[in-house]
Design a protein around this ligand. Sequence first.
Ligand code: ATP
Ligand code: MG
Length: 137
Amino acid sequence: VERTLSIIKPDATRRNLTGKINAVYEDAGLQIVGQRRIRLTRPQAEAFYAEHKDRPFFGELVEFMISEPVVVQVLQGENAIARHRELMGATNPEKADEGTVRKQFALSMGENSVHGSDSPESARREIGFFFSELEIL
Ligand code: ATP
Ligand code: MG
């Protein structure tokens, strides 16, 4: 089995969509094996998204991610990383497939409701960023 790091972003927590998004993941067979609601600090958000620090949207992304609480979670299942990315849909909600989380809920390219690790390496780093092994059950 594989694990991936998922974030329910501020635009979604603000609109009470945590349960609906979790239902999409659970209905698809992904198990939520770690979950916490937190307010990201600016240094945390900057470090988490360090790979994007030279992109034009970096400032906007950090401001958005610290604007309100997020839910960080570890999802577990066969091919969890790729399957979670499929369930999320494209970064740009206008390009997301029907039935995906972003198609249903995202407001824009920036306020796109969810994050998911994009590779085994990023999953390992991102899970370790928020969770200790003892918190994943
Ligand atoms: P995530 O990493 O959040 O799962 P992703 O892998 O689909 O999303 P990335 O290219 O890694 O997309 O970008 C990270 C995040 O930065 C996006 O989810 C989105 O919130 C924001 N972002 C990306 N491109 C833009 C853009 N052109 N304008 C505004 N925000 C953007
Ligand atoms: Mg990404």
